[in-house]
Design a protein around this ligand. Structure first.
Ligand code: 5GP
Ligand code: ZN
Length: 114
């Protein structure tokens, strides 16, 4: 755990979050500043800065949780589609230095991008 990391603090329960689902090594929770209702983040529980740093087995578990949560998010907010994206590195717009995937409900003409 990186005690300065906001997402590590969420995993530890030190910062509250609306948890959507979790496995042993990954957790999904609602984004605090959603691009659309239902905007969800999926992260490994262990602190890794970028996808490049994540071991194969943890990457598989994170993607498995994305796969599980996408239909649940779409159903929860009645969205016909979702954008799934990782901003991988600061130059790509990554602001929180703990790997996270965005699941953003889309409606076709909403103009949103994560
Ligand atoms: P990034 O720009 O790093 O890809 O996305 C970071 C995301 O984390 C943003 O969508 C932002 O709203 C979200 N976020 C930042 N701080 C918190 C927090 O304390 N709790 C939650 N649930 N989301 C956060
Ligand atoms: Zn962290």
């Amino acid at each position: 755990m990186d005690s300065d990391c906001i997402f590590c603090q969420i995993v530890a329960g030190d910062i509250p979050a609306n948890v959507v689902a979790e496995t042993d090594d990954a957790i999904a929770f609602l984004d605090a500043n959603p691009l659309a209702p239902g905007h969800t983040l999926v992260i490994p529980k262990e602190h890794y800065h970028r996808l490049n740093d994540v071991p194969d087995d943890v990457a598989a578990e994170v993607l498995g949780l994305v796969h599980e949560v996408v239909p649940a998010v779409e159903a929860a907010v009645d969205a016909p589609a979702t954008t799934v994206a990782f901003n991988n590195g600061e130059e790509a717009g990554q602001e929180v230095p703990h790997v996270h995937g965005h699941i953003v409900p889309r409606s076709g003409d909403d103009g949103q991008r994560p």
